[in-house]
Design a protein. Sequence first.
Length: 132
Amino acid sequence: MSSLRTLILILYNVGMKRDMDLFREILLAAEETPVSKQWTAKPLLDHPTEEVVAHMRLLQDAGYIDARFVGPINNDTAVLLRITHHGYEFLEASKQPTLWEKAKQQVKAVGAPLSLEVLKTALDHGAKALLH
């Protein structure tokens, strides 16, 4: 792939699909980072750093994290400063792997859009079902 095409793909996230598992993995990795440290974007779940950074931008847009993006094209690297309350709510709801997988399957089965908010609703519903 030419460097110009790579630059265009990075700038516009063209050809990149949102990966809900990557969103979750970023939050899990950040939570494991000691309070005195900041989590820096790195390859996760076979996604290159550039895609992790792009997903961090989306998490910031959704209000799940506060991050700073560094580099000439702003997709070179990113530092996650903190997970927001909204981000922790999603993270806590998605921590149990069985519940996470079940929520994704339920959302797909009914044909609902696979978004963070829809997944959070499915996760909350699944957690409430465990209580009854």
